[in-house]
Every structure is written in C-alpha cells, then in structure tokens.
Design a protein around this ligand. Structure first.
Ligand SMILES: Cc1ncc(COP(=O)(O)O)c(C=O)c1O
Length: 298
C-alpha cells in the first residue's frame, strides 16, 4: 500500500519554530539534531470535524518522550497546543487531516552526536496535511526477520524519530509484496506491525501483545478501553505467530489508518470460524468515538 500525493497539499503552510511557511520553504537546518542523528520525538495526530482526537494523550506522550530523551527547554503542553491550533487555522483544516508533529533536540553548534552541542533549545515542526485514513479495506502482512527494538536497546516507550528498525522491516514487506511487515520481539512473540499495533480475536475474545516492545499506541489504548467499557473480553499477553495465523480475526490500529482488518499473514488466510464479527462491533465503537471525542480547535 503506497500513499498517493494529494494535490490539495501543494499549498499547505508548515509551522517551524513560530513561522508558518509555504511547503517549498519549510526546511530545517543541516545543523538540526533531526538531521544529525534522528534525534527527535514525534506524534501523528488526526483531526475529525473541527476537533483534534485524543490531543492530551498525544501531547503527553510527546512531552514524556522529550523528557526521557533529556531535551532541554521543552515547550509546555499549552504552547504546543496553541502552535497546533494556529497551524490548523492557517490552513483552514477541520476534517480529514493528519498532523505530523515533531520536536527535535534543536540546532547544534557543529555536527556531532553530543547533546552538549545543542545550545538553542528544541525545534517544533507541525506538518498538517489533507489525508483521510490511508489503508485499503483490508491488508496483508508478512513477518520480517528484523526484530522490534526491546527496552534493552531502544525503548519503544519513547516515540522517537529513529525509525530505521521499522523501515528495514517495511523494506522486507515491500519485497514480499505485502501491505505491511509484522515484527516479532526478541523472544519471538508478535510485537506489532511496522507502523501499527496489532490485535487478534478468537472465540469472541480480543487479544493484543503486551506493550513491552511495541509502541504504546494511542489507538491501541483507545481500543482496549472501548472493549473494557463494552464488556468485550480483552487480554494483553504474549502471543505467537501461530496464534495469529489461526485467529478468527486480526486487525491493526494507528492514527494514520484507524482500525484495519488483516486478511492474510505470511500467506495464511485469516478465517473467521466463529459466528460473530467482533471487529465490526469494535470498529463501529471507534468510529462513534471519533465523532464525539476531541478537543475543539480554538
Ligand atoms: C511503530 C508504530 N506502532 C504503532 C503506531 C500507532 O500508534 P498511534 O495509535 O498512537 O497512532 C505507530 C504510530 O506512530 C507506530 O509508529
């Protein structure tokens, strides 16, 4: 699945450190930490009907990630929120919008990895694009040989810009001709797909891998909460590939594509042997929530 260029994004304005710049002028310095070492944290955020979905959750994860990376002069939640609203208003964006919000460690005095070379505070970049959910009605996965980072190497509790782990897996999926890569943790349990979290349903019960190696996704947390509130059994545990191959239903979750069913993994069709369609129910609950929950753009 390859995203297509949307001509509506030709004339967007991009926020960089207080300035709203036309797309072609929206650039960061070669001395910025994101160029030097992928030294940045980010959030993908969605706008529905004039409201930003799960905004506090996204901004808290951003600020926690920046704190864990020992950034200095981290902006407050209110400051980031106001910059985001300013960007959305300048672009007259109310719906069908995806925002990539990045906070880098900022400019360095010279090239190098040492954070002591950073003397100017973080750089805030807000790229808002016209982008309805990006996935087709259902997708295929293939298992990558590259394992998902563990907390002993690069903790996924930091939502960092160092995405090489996932990009290498995605290259394998592209070569295999599938829509996304399924990534295992260091012990061989399923962790997540290269850019989304993963769930499976068996006999009416929902399962998802523990958030040890995968990103602690906000859509993932929303789905878990919706299941609990609606008395749909849900369990976070270690899950093997075989359990996914033989599940009744499998779906991936993420801000970019919402909830998307998986129809095959490594060439094994996902066949629903039960008489119910729990995915449809959970997806409907999620859709309803996106229409009501969110922070109004002011
Ligand atoms: C590796 C990975 N997993 C899962 C997700 C989904 O997270 P969320 O639901 O917070 O968008 C993302 C999104 O950034 C991701 O990069």
């Amino acid at each position: 699945m390859l995203q297509q260029f949307n001509p509506k994004n030709e004339s967007i304005k991009v926020y960089i450190d207080g300035k709203l710049l036309p797309r072609e002028e929206a650039k960061v310095s070669v001395f910025d930490s994101v160029v030097q070492g992928g030294d940045a944290v980010w959030e993908g955020i969605r706008v529905y009907n004039g409201k930003v979905f799960c905004l506090t959750e996204h901004l808290q994860r951003l600020l926690d990630s920046a704190h864990a990376m020992a950034f200095t002069d981290i902006p407050t939640m209110e400051e980031v929120k106001s910059a985001l609203f300013k960007t959305l208003k300048a672009n007259e964006m109310q719906d069908g919008v995806h925002v990539r919000l990045t906070l880098t460690r900022g400019l360095k005095t010279t090239s190098g990895m040492d954070p002591r070379l950073n003397k100017f505070g973080p750089t805030l970049i807000i790229l808002a694009e016209w982008k309805p959910p990006v996935y087709p009605p259902s997708i295929t996965l293939s298992t990558a040989t590259i394992r998902r980072n563990s907390p002993s190497t690069l903790d996924s509790k930091i939502h960092h810009n160092n995405l090489i782990n996932n990009i290498l897996a995605k290259i394998q999926s592209n070569l295999a001709g599938t829509d996304a890569a399924l990534m295992l943790d260091l012990h061989g349990y399923v962790s997540e797909a290269n850019g989304t979290n993963i769930f499976m349903i068996r006999n009416g019960k929902v399962f998802t891998p523990t958030a040890d190696s995968c990103l602690h996704g906000i859509t993932r947390a929303t789905v878990i909460k919706l299941c609990k509130e609606n008395e749909i059994p849900i369990k976070e545990c270690n899950l093997s590939l075989t359990e996914f191959y033989t599940a009744d239903q499998v779906f991936v979750t993420g801000t970019m594509g919402e909830l998307t069913p998986v129809n095959a993994i490594d060439g094994r069709a996902i066949v629903n042997k039960s008489t119910t369609d729990e995915f449809v129910r959970i997806n409907a609950l999620f859709s309803t929530l996106t229409k009501s929950k969110g922070e109004v753009i002011v």
